[in-house]
Design a protein around this ligand. Structure first.
Ligand code: ATP
Length: 140
């Protein structure tokens, strides 16, 4: 069944998730404050919006409660990630996943109610180690 997702932050990680969700047949709204990032994906996602995800009014216009899940993929700007997560939660989004880059960042967004906290580089590192150690096992 077709689902609706919102990806906030279209860096390398957010872009990969958003484009793969489209490939899997879902609808994806991409949001980034950098016009270059949003414009670059304009033809590849269902909709892209240039917006500062720490701006309460801008975020409110996105009606995030209508999505099956919202991914906050702002990493390096920890303060922006925390503020955004807080506001996404207050919009009562059904499922909120957040990329974190430090243990403190992880703890804060978890406390704010993130349903899942991701550490893409660490998690990928574990998978690569497993693939190197067991090259014949299927990776998907
Ligand atoms: P990645 O590791 O995914 O490539 P990055 O480390 O290059 O990410 P981040 O700082 O994690 O960059 O930001 C990811 C994306 O989030 C960038 O495209 C950036 O423009 C966007 N971004 C940062 N702050 C905001 C914000 N306040 N509102 C919307 N988008 C933002």
């Amino acid at each position: 069944m077709k689902k609706q997702f919102a990806v906030i932050g279209l860096g390398g990680f957010g872009e990969a998730v958003a484009v793969e969700l489209m490939r899997l047949g879902h609808e994806v709204l991409g949001v980034d404050s950098d016009p270059d990032k949003a414009n670059h994906l304009a033809d590849k996602l269902t909709q892209t919006v240039i917006a500062n995800a720490t701006d309460e009014d801008a975020l409110a216009e996105l009606d995030l409660h209508r999505f099956d899940a919202v991914l906050v993929a702002i990493g390096a700007h920890i303060e922006a990630s925390i503020l955004c997560t807080m506001m996404v939660k207050s919009q009562e989004a059904k499922e909120v996943w957040v990329k974190a880059i430090t243990p403190t960042h992880h703890k804060i967004v978890e406390k704010l109610g993130a349903d899942r906290v991701l550490h893409p580089e660490y998690e990928m590192g574990l998978r690569v180690a497993q693939s190197l150690a067991h090259p014949n096992m299927l990776d998907y």
